[in-house]
Design a protein around this ligand. Structure first.
Ligand code: NIG
Ligand code: FE
Length: 395
């Protein structure tokens, strides 16, 4: 393997507390990194760097781990800007528009779906995302969910089955039959094509009992568990996610003190999606309560056509800092190491020795510029394997 030395790094964030200043950010100034084709092989002060096969001076720029966007719905057709306009005029989001995207997605060809999803993925990758989760959930038939998962698998290895997004119109009179389909035939067809299962557990979507049925079946098929919970109002979604030891419960917009305590006492990550509240007009999630209680927090885009057509992790970070009172460092950690925790990954979101060689070079001397400056401060994105899925996706 050939090695590359990067030096002249004004500030290096590793998220490895055994490195540098000993903080959670694992930070060094005037630092260097050595990478091989796969991984970080050395990290430390620039003056102590050993020789490598090639060397590059970054000229006093900051380096951070690549962003880990642990919650997206990239596989969809159509758009719902008219709903956004209606919300601006005061109409609340209730999930009802999901059916419109289901109709558009079902009508699209696999090629159209792939080109649309890959385009969104490219925007995210250009903005520093080096690990990406992608859900199904806009087809809601056995064949359709399989098709969406196959598109997702061309973009990433972090593929999530979301057949339980909403009950589709054709099952409106018999929701029990749809829950049985999702937990039965649909799961059997989809589980081999996914790593995760997710359920939208909220008013207008699935009840806690329905979500428990589906997630319990998913676990029996070997899938890891995630949940959309407490987005539209208070409820027992967070409690269910903790009970089932889900990797992550996402949104967490309406939290009771018991929810916060349950998350703080568990390994379930609270994934906050500030784009969703910003675009749909809900209250910002209580990041401070979660962080102050000791819960693990991740930030993600939730890129979808209804609540958060967001293809920039930097924007999620700004929103977290300005709307959710996270510090720039807390937001950066949540958008990198936090996302990795939400995906149960220890090889990404960090830049310690052995981590995947996925990093972002900033056109700035400190990572705080991500939140401080309104605009793009990303100079270059470097990944061990190319942008996620890039080699398999047509340009
Ligand atoms: O994460 N809440 C459920 N799913 C998406 C929204 C889907 C849509 O409106 O199309 C979300 O916000
Ligand atoms: Fe979502």
């Amino acid at each position: 393997m050939t090695t590359r030395l990067l030096y002249g790094i004004s500030e290096l964030t590793t998220n490895d507390p055994t490195v540098g200043d000993g903080s959670a950010m694992g930070r060094l100034t005037d630092a260097a990194l050595i990478l091989d084709e796969e991984a970080v092989v050395w990290v430390g002060p620039a003056e102590e760097a050993p020789a490598a096969d090639s060397a590059r001076d970054l000229g006093g720029r900051a380096v951070i781990p690549g962003f880990v966007d642990s919650h997206t719905h990239l596989v969809f057709a159509g758009e719902r800007s008219d709903e956004f306009e209606a919300r601006l005029a005061g109409r609340p989001y209730d999930g009802g528009g999901i059916g419109r995207t289901v109709a558009a997605t079902r009508a699209a060809s696999p090629e159209e779906l792939l080109v649309a999803a890959a385009g969104r993925q490219r925007l995210l990758a250009r903005g520093g995302v080096t690990t990406l989760e992608v859900k199904s959930g806009y087809e809601l038939t056995v064949e359709g969910e399989v098709r969406s998962l196959e598109v997702a698998a061309l973009l990433t290895e972090e593929v999530t089955f979301l057949g339980a997004h909403v009950v589709p119109a054709e099952f409106a009179q018999d929701r029990d039959a749809y829950v049985a389909l999702v937990a039965g035939e649909m799961l059997t067809a989809c589980a081999p094509r996914a790593r995760w299962a997710d359920v939208f557990c909220d008013t207008g979507a699935f009840s806690v009992d329905e979500a428990r049925t589906i997630l319990t079946a998913a676990r029996q098929h070997g899938l890891g568990l995630r949940l959309h919970g407490n987005q539209l109002g208070p409820g027992s979604g967070v409690a269910l996610a903790v009970e089932l030891q889900a990797a992550s419960v996402d949104h967490c917009t309406h939290l009771s003190d018991d929810d916060v305590a349950a998350l703080a006492g568990s390994a379930t990550v609270a994934t906050l999606l500030p784009g969703a509240e910003f675009f749909s007009g809900g209250p910002p999630p209580s990041a401070r309560r979660l962080l102050d209680a000791g819960a693990t927090v991740a930030l993600a885009t939730d890129c979808n056509p209804g609540t958060s057509y967001l293809t920039s992790m930097t924007t999620a970070l700004w929103l977290a800092v300005r709307e959710m009172q996270m510090t720039p460092d807390e937001a950066l950690w949540a958008a990198t190491a936090g996302g990795a925790r939400a995906l149960c990954r220890s090889d990404v979101g960090v830049l310690g020795v052995g981590a995947r060689a996925d990093l972002v070079i900033l056109d700035a001397p400190r990572a705080a510029h991500l939140a401080y400056r309104f605009g793009d401060v990303i100079e270059e994105v470097m990944t061990a394997h190319g942008p996620p899925g890039a080699s398999r996706v047509p340009a």
